[in-house]
Every structure is written in structure tokens, then in C-alpha cells.
Design a protein around this ligand. Sequence first.
Ligand code: NAD
Length: 283
Amino acid sequence: MADASIFDQYPLDQWKDPDHRIMDRFSLKGRKGFVTGGAGGLGRNVAAAWAEAGADVAIVDLPRTRETLEPLAKELSERYGVNVVPLYCDVSDREQVDALKTSLVEALGTVDVAFINAGVNVPGDDADEPYEVWQKTIDINLTGAYLTAQIAQRIMREHGHGGSLVFTSSLSAHNANFIAGGPSPVAAYGASKAGIYEYARYLAAALAPYGIRSNAISPGYVWSGIFEGRIVPEAHDMMTAPLPMRRFGTNEEIASAVLFLASDASSYVTGTNLQVDGGYSVY
Ligand code: NAD
């Protein structure tokens, strides 16, 4: 039976404490985290943001990214004075993800924050897509998100502390990406990203008793590196025409949203999807 002390948890004016700084809420000092798809545009910028905010970070990606990941880990460690380590894992492979759990605990001690972000958009992902395109997309994007979120939340619970899971969903989870009169090829991709969003919401409900929050971001068009050298200025204008801000987002604009969701700045936010899309979803 609750007594009146239950109300003590709701301070009205924390700013009145002379030592209180609201910007401290964005700090990840002393926290441990991992980022999947860590060699990619979004992943490496979130790793940099978390390292700058004070966290030790494992950047996780496929072995073929070794030439990117090794120097990146060294540069982030030196620049921010934290421990940044590269770890290699195919997120769609159950055994590799189980091994990742062990490697994360060995390298970092525990996990407080996880950016579940590795993903692919396989060519041919349209209404007539072959089974292989569908299966590969679901395996990496959706099953990979499940497997890596599982090890994150298990570590948090086994170590008896809370944490924050942030999933990369997509604009394509919510619509068909209108370009030049029709949908872009995101059939399985959109389905996988919608699945991620709902999975993040389920975990928010199930894991709240353990102090674990779970949220998703839905990026719109982000100039992450994947479009570099691939589209001409006319295509840029055509792609951005349907969105109010008429431009791509940047990796940094994603990183700051993910820092918010990972940190105590969002301590009362769980089960949400944050659209980071220049307003695309408004229409
Ligand atoms: P990116 O291609 O630069 O990064 C994706 C990373 O995931 C790569 O480093 C890749 O090696 C890694 N990866 C792929 N398959 C993997 C696997 N099986 N196991 C482990 N790692 C694997 O792309 P990005 O733009 O940084 O995208 C990151 C995430 O954001 C993806 O999930 C993507 O679907 C999503 N997203 C991107 C945009 C955008 O406009 N860039 C928009 C919405 C959502």
C-alpha cells in the first residue's frame, strides 16, 4: 500500500539545486554501449556522439569493414579519451550474435545503451521481388535487430541495471517512399522496418519493470554516404520534392536524436518512434 512518500519522486524545481545542470542529462559518462552497422554513416556518427558524451563504445560490423573499423576505433578512443573497440559480427547469424554477447562483456564489462542499426536495402525489393531478396532483408534487418536487442537486454538484466535500446526503423516503415510518381523499391525493407518499430514498442512495455527503455527512430533521407556519387543533383531535387524541408538530413542530425534517446535526457520516453525526416511523414 502506497503512503505519502510516493510523491517524493516528483521534484517540482530541480533547477533550483545549485549543482543541477540539465545538460548533464545528455551525458553518457561511464556508460557502456554498442552500435551495430558501426562502420556505416549513421552508425559511426552515433559511435562518435556517444564517445564524445563519455561512453565506452563497441562498434560492431561485418568483418569486411575491418579497414574502416580499426582506425575509427583508434581515432575515437584518442580523441575522446574513452575505450572504443571494433567487434565483428553478422547480426543475422545466431551463433555469431551469441559470441558477440561474450565479447561485449569482455571488452566493456556491461552494456547500458545499444543502437540496433545494421540494415540493408537489397536491390530488386519491389512487388515482384524474388524470395531471396525478401528473405535476406528480413534476416538482416528484422531478425538481426531481434538477435542483437536480445543480447543487449539480457546483459542489462543479468547485470541488474537498466538501459536504453534505440532501434533504426525508417520512413519506409510508414509509407512507400514516393519518388517520381510511384513507390521506391522498399517492399521487404519497409516491412522489416515496420516490424522493428513494433518490436521496439513491445520491448518498451515488457522491459520497463527492469528500468530498460526501448525506442525507435525513423530517418527519412539521410546523406549518410550511401548516396555519395550515386545521384545527380536533379535526382536530389526529385527525391526531396515531397518533403517540407526540401533537403536530406545529415549523419549528425541522426546522431543527436539517438544521443537524446540513449541518454537520461529522454528518461521518461519509451515505446516511441521519433521521425527524423525533415517532415516527410507530415504529408
Ligand atoms: P550504411 O550502408 O552506411 O550502414 C549500414 C551498415 O550495416 C554497413 O556498415 C554494413 O556493413 C552493416 N551491415 C549490413 N549487413 C550487416 C550484417 N548482416 N551484420 C552486421 N552489419 C551489417 O547505411 P546507413 O545509411 O548508415 O544506414 C544505417 C541504418 O539506417 C540502416 O538500418 C538503414 O536501413 C537505416 N536508414 C537509413 C536511411 C538513409 O537515408 N541513409 C534512411 C532510413 C533508414
